[in-house]
Design a protein around this ligand. Structure first.
Ligand code: IVH
Length: 682
């Protein structure tokens, strides 16, 4: 094969794998294999720079920051939607349009989720993604092509599957909604908070902020995705004339399309379906503020015309807002693992969408000052999806004069030491290395599932051990005696214990011992270095192979590793440079907690018995930690995901399962235990 044909083949293969991973959520190859293909492509492009075109998979990232956004005139108006608040409103809409055109009487309706994200317009010429824009005022938007290119769910070339027998108009413009999935939003905020940076208010602002900023590298670092639902314009080819077929057509081209859209023969059925999603909105991985009900026949819909910017042929069936007002009783301050102080609101309990909310985040002290939130205020609180509730702001009109302006604490609420502020960060820190609140969080993190996984070491026991002075750092866990543990367990509320204290102590000692053999990646993640999560820990483990080498690495050495930027590198160097941490490391080494290499004992491909199957794990399994079960499944060719969907083959059920069990039952997903899993793998 010539280099050129290998090059073309590689591009097509990489596009297809990217599509399977980011759109279908069903990858065929591992990340490492994907990286190998991409590296081969990069090598060829380095030798033949003139071959590189904008649709090459290498062109997703790497564009230079822009000075400003150019304006883009949309080929057709990018319309908005009128709202219906409930079934009566939707029926009134139907009556209105039926009077305009009696074909509405027999019309079919498509119901889709109304995602609360950022509307984007994507242009394809001869199947190649050439331009992407924001909605702007509906006539003219901003050119955010370089940012959108980094969104992996956006195909750079359509049809994605090169062998798909489907023709694409010479010029095709589609519209979709870009968003940040709720889980990713929470994870991002958690990281920002730990790093002392400003957190985002909600997924919508985060997606909009990430796409409408000038540096594509920042967009690339945000796991933004999108769902596409409309063809705005097509030239040089035909496209379907019904909304339902448009969705199927877009899907067949390789665009991500919602899988909960349905078509109905009557408005009543459409309303009933939209209402079912009001109850299940928390099951959606993104924030949706309603469902959209659309007339399926797009010719009829177009002929119905508009009212202002709202087409008559569709309506937003809004879910009730999850915003309520309540009284802010108090402002509390939590101390995080890295010493960040985070204010939270203690509220007069209030129900929001079926959940009683008593606490809400206030983000940071600047936020309280900017919004002028006072203790005693009536405040507007929002709860959306699984996102932690947050205070939107005070209801100034409801003030009585008794509300008290808030002053951030000058000392740590846990240890009483003065707090500090660092240049360029919004957070205030408690920098006392011996602060008990930080120590508790640190130990909690060290023993957690993704880290050293010390089963049975709950927060209550940790608190008692710290209080009794038995644990002054994480290494002290390895010198605990049976008596130390017995004392801590006995001081706990024993009435709630199911097991005798002696048994608890023995089990705990056994799991402390077992944790010594956790792979190096886990140990690194357990140390709680700012910015180093499970993924970077695994990269560091495989690069350095042991903690001695890692502890000696310079910031420059560290930045050689893909995914480790200057901030994380600095954080690592700083962590290993601190005297207190060096002492902890020496103690861990002495206690025999000093794993090498990045491989866990179940890693490495053992068989293909589980190939093609997707598993979700919930609850505590009898013998394995979650990571061990995951490694086991992967070593037999299976895949593990976090949330249950129609694509899930099996739910692996442990003790105290979460809501995943309900969801699996609802979707008819097969449920198995650890033992059955072992048997399936032979
Ligand atoms: S249809 C004629 N469908 O909601 C087309 N909009 O409040 C009009 N949105 O600006 C839009 N999901 O950004 C449509 N499945 C969906 C949508 C959707 C989210 C957004 C869109 C629009 C806003 C209207």
């Amino acid at each position: 094969m010539t280099t050129k044909s290998r090059y073309e083949q590689l591009k097509a293969e990489i596009h297809a794998h990217n599509y399977r991973y980011h759109v279908l959520d069903a990858p065929l190859i591992s990340d490492a294999e994907f990286d190998r293909l991409l590296n081969e492509l990069k090598r060829i492009e380095a030798e033949h720079p003139d071959w590189v075109t904008p649709d090459s998979p290498t062109q997703r990232a790497g564009a230079k920051p822009a000075d400003r956004f150019e304006k883009v005139r949309h080929p057709a108006p990018i319309l908005s939607l009128a709202n219906a608040f409930g079934a009566e409103d939707a029926r009134a809409w139907f009556e209105r349009i039926r009077k305009i055109d009696d074909r509405v009487e027999k019309a079919k309706f498509v119901v889709e989720p109304k995602i609360d994200g950022l509307s984007v317009v994507l242009h394809y010429r001869d199947g190649v993604f050439v331009q992407g824009a924001t909605r702007g005022d509906g006539e003219v938007g901003e050119d955010i092509t370089s940012n959108l290119r980094t969104v992996r769910a956006i195909p750079l070339r359509i049809p994605v599957e090169a062998n798909a027998r489907i023709t694409v108009p010479e010029y095709l413009v589609v519209r979709g909604e870009a968003f940040l999935p709720i889980k990713e939003f929470e994870e991002l905020n958690r990281k920002l908070e730990e790093a002392g940076e400003k957190t985002y208010l909600n997924p919508r602002n985060t997606a909009a902020g990430s796409l409408r900023q000038l540096d594509p590298a920042l967009t690339a670092s945000r796991p933004i995705t999108l769902l596409v639902y409309q063809i705005v314009h097509a030239e040089g080819g035909t496209v379907p004339a019904s909304q339902w077929e448009i969705l199927q057509y877009l899907k067949s081209l390789g665009f991500p399309v919602t899988d909960i859209a349905r078509r109905f023969d009557s408005l009543e059925e459409a309303i009933a379906y939209a209402e079912t999603w009001d109850k299940r909105r928390d099951d959606l991985p993104y924030e949706a503020d309603g469902m959209v009900i659309k007339i399926d026949d797009l010719t009829l819909a177009a002929e119905l015309g508009f009212v202002g910017k709202d087409p008559r042929g569709a309506i937003a069936f809004k879910f009730p807002a999850r915003e309520v007002t309540t009284t802010l009783k108090e402002i509390g301050v939590a101390v995080g693992r890295t010493g960040v102080l985070t204010p939270y609101a203690v509220l007069e309990p209030v129900e929001i969408g079926g959940v009683i909310v008593e606490r809400a985040t206030l983000h940071n002290f600047d936020y309280i000052a900017e919004k002028d939130i006072r203790v005693g205020d009536r405040v507007l609180v929002k709860r959306a999806g699984e996102v932690i509730p947050y205070v939107i702001g005070p209801v100034v009109e409801a003030r009585t004069g008794k509300e008290k302006p808030y002053k951030p604490p000058q000392t740590c609420p846990a240890c009483g030491q003065p707090v500090e502020h660092f240049e360029g960060e919004v957070a205030w820190y408690c920098v006392n290395a011996a602060c008990p609140a930080q120590l508790i969080r640190n130990v909690e993190h060290f023993v957690s599932r993704g880290a050293m996984d010390i089963v049975g070491m709950g927060i209550k026991i940790v608190e008692k051990l710290i209080e009794a002075g038995k644990v002054k750092d994480v290494a002290d866990l390895y010198t605990l005696t049976r008596e130390d543990i017995l004392e801590a367990v006995t001081k706990k509320d024993r009435k709630t214990e199911k097991q005798p204290p002696g048994k608890i102590a023995d089990n705990l000692l056994a799991s402390i011992e077992a944790s010594k053999s956790r792979p190096l990646a886990r140990l690194i993640a357990a140390l709680g270095i700012r910015g180093v999560g499970e993924v970077s820990a695994a990269d560091l483990a495989s690069h350095f192979g042991n903690l001695d080498a890692l502890s000696k690495a310079s910031a420059e050495d560290l930045q050689q590793i893909e995914g480790i930027g200057p901030n994380i590198a600095e954080g690592i160097v700083d962590w290993f440079g601190r005297e207190a941490n060096r002492k902890v490391l020496a103690k861990l080494k002495k206690a025999g907690v000093w794993s090498r290499g990045g491989k866990s004992k179940v890693e490495g491909r053992s068989s293909d018995a589980l190939a093609g199957l997707t598993f979700v794990i919930t609850g505590t399994l009898p013998a394995w930690s979650r990571d061990e079960a995951k490694a086991f499944i992967e070593s037999h060719g299976g895949k593990v995901t976090d949330s249950v969907s129609k694509k899930t083959s099996y739910l692996v059920l442990g003790e105290n399962p979460g809501s995943k069990l309900e969801k699996a039952k609802a979707l008819g997903v097969k449920i198995i235990g650890e033992e059955e899993l072992r048997k399936m793998a032979g």
